[in-house]
Design a protein around this ligand. Structure first.
Ligand code: ATP
Length: 218
């Protein structure tokens, strides 16, 4: 599903990633841990094609990425194959839960809007938000907002979901619920998850836990 080899990245004189190798198979849930500043978010952004490495290679679903693909092709690939969940969910405040969750489906523009709306409704119901479809983010709790962000990440049925501190902003009960949700979604929809987290419990629940230290995976 994902093969990253010898990924290198520097910011000025600071060499953050010094040759990262990572293989993730379809349906795996993988966690990435490491000290603050170790380069976890940098790596996740490169794996998610949001940022480019200085060196190394990345393949997702057999497709070599970064080299030889222009920004438009890359963004099309990303939109149909990859979902993102961030610590700060970045929901659009003036749109409802349903509209926020449906947005990447509207952007993909590969099926009728009404179908996207129905898919978003079904996903939000699955995530326990059937009574919150028409609420705006400001009218929902942090845990509810994060579940809307999960629905938004899944609306285009991406094979691969990247999560950066997905529960970093949640109380422990909502965090537990979210973590179990990832495993439930993997069972039901077969998604692959790569999760950066400081949450030890989540890191340990993963099929594989990788630790970044001094720019490499231990
Ligand atoms: N755009 C940038 N320009 C310059 N330096 C950067 C940039 N982004 C990250 N860095 C630096 O690269 C290093 C790795 O940052 P990164 O955000 O990947 O760490 P992290 O492991 O995710 O940390 P945390 O757990 O605190 O989120 C840090 O020293 C950071 O200051």
């Amino acid at each position: 599903m994902l093969i990253a080899e010898n990924i290198i990245k520097s910011y000025g004189d600071l060499q953050v990633l010094k040759g990262i190798n990572l293989h993730v198979k379809q349906g795996e849930i993988v966690s990435i841990v490491g000290a603050s500043g170790a380069g976890k978010s940098t790596l996740l952004h490169i794996l998610g094609t949001l940022d480019t490495p200085d060196g190394g290679s990345l393949q997702i679903k057999g497709q070599p990425l970064h080299r030889g693909m222009n920004a438009r092709e890359l963004s099309r690939f990303r939109n149909s194959n990859i979902g993102f969940i961030f610590q700060f969910h970045n929901l659009l405040p003036e749109f409802t839960a349903l509209e926020n969750a449906a947005m990447p489906g509207f952007i993909a523009d590969n099926r009728p809007e009404e179908q996207v709306r129905q898919e978003a409704t079904a996903l939000l119901q699955k995530l326990g938000l059937g009574q919150r479809l028409h609420h705006k983010p400001g009218q929902m709790s942090g845990g509810e907002q994060q579940r809307v962000a999960v629905a938004r990440a899944l609306i285009n049925k991406p094979a691969l979901v990247f999560a950066d501190e997905p529960s970093g902003n949640l109380d422990s009960h909502s965090a537990d619920e979210l973590h179990h949700l990832f495993f439930q979604l993997r069972e039901e929809m077969g998604q692959t998850f790569v999760i950066v987290t400081h949450n030890q419990q989540l890191a340990d629940m993963a099929d594989f836990k990788y630790e970044i230290e001094d720019g490499v995976i231990l």
